[in-house]
Design a protein around this ligand. Structure first.
Ligand code: BDR
Ligand code: CA
Length: 303
């Protein structure tokens, strides 16, 4: 089993990623940490707790950064709904975050782990940047980071920037400059791995988890055309099925100001950094294989 830490801002596609990470038998999910992003951190934390309760999983949830390192916080409630979960309403669960902050919990979990762990951020990278800045001694315990965010070309927040990196560009820069092995799972693949109408219809036949995800995605559909992007789920698909993707190593810099703030600049020609690279960037995806895999994941979810 792969020991995994998930840092997230649920968010509809984050909810699906959490559901996969909790239920897949090959993943040993040890901790969920939350960050402000799609909605405020009190809401992303509540949503993470609700998902853990929904699946009757005993995964600890630690609340993280309320705002980016420097930039003012801007949410994405217009896409994910006021609560972050569309109009889906979970039962009232009495479930609280652990007393440690996200950074403290990440640090102690990593330090106490006998083996290096995979860190998967599906929100902005504020908690990760704070962890690396405050506890650089933790680096040998991070096997790799599989991060949703960025794009080789274009953006979904501005014409140049993807939402997670746009939300906290300084944190992204710290993460990409850390020297840790990073897989960038960006819009180049997540906007091609669209859930089809057929997949959406099949979810509703797959028990309580499928019904919950179908309701969430139906809300998400309202902002999208031609299929539903489930960006964050791609991090777990990459973890479990890297063969769905092709990747290429590049050096990634983050644009920290101006109209392209939050852009991930890949040194595609090696004109600036030469042979040096700091990330393996996902470039293509086998979308039919992704859809089929996602349905298999949901079919085996237990509530
Ligand atoms: C990313 O932005 C968020 O709204 C999604 O949850 C995903 O992590 C996609 O750009
Ligand atoms: Ca997210």
């Amino acid at each position: 089993m792969e020991p995994v830490l998930l840092d997230t801002d649920p968010g509809i596609d984050d909810a699906a990623a959490i559901a996969v990470a909790i239920n897949d038998p090959h993943i040993d999910l040890q901790l969920i940490t939350t960050v402000a992003g799609n909605v405020t951190v009190d809401k992303t934390t509540r949503n993470a707790l609700n998902l853990v309760s929904f699946f009757k999983a005993g995964i600890p949830v630690a609340a993280g950064a309320e705002q980016p390192l420097i930039k003012p916080f801007e949410d994405a409630a217009r896409i994910h709904g006021e609560s972050g979960m569309g109009d889906y309403v979970f039962p009232k669960y009495d479930h609280k975050p652990i007393p440690q902050t996200a950074v403290e919990a990440l640090y102690t979990t990593l330090k106490n782990s006998p083996v290096p762990m995979t860190l998967i951020p599906t929100g902005s990278y504020t908690n990760i940047a704070l962890l690396l800045a405050e506890h650089p001694d933790v680096k040998p315990k991070i096997k790799r980071i599989i991060a949703m965010g960025g794009a080789l070309h274009g953006g979904n927040m501005t014409s140049a920037a993807e939402f997670n990196v746009f939300t906290d560009p300084e944190a992204a820069e710290i993460m990409y400059q850390s020297g840790l092995p990073i897989v960038m799972v960006g819009l180049d693949v997540t906007m091609k791995a669209l859930l089809t109408d057929e997949t959406l219809a099949q979810l509703g036949q797959m028990g309580p988890a499928g019904v919950m995800l179908q309701k969430l995605f139906t809300h998400y559909y309202q902002g999208h055309e031609g299929g539903i992007p489930v960006h964050d789920v791609n991090t777990l698909a990459y973890l479990l099925h890297p063969e769905f993707y092709t990747t290429h190593p590049y050096w990634i810099d983050i644009q920290l100001n101006g109209p392209a703030v939050g852009a991930t600049i890949a040194d595609i020609r090696g004109a600036y950094h030469g042979e040096k690279t700091n990330a393996n960037v996902c470039e293509t995806i086998d979308a039919p294989a992704f859809n089929a895999w996602f349905l298999r994941e949901v079919a085996q979810m237990q509530t």
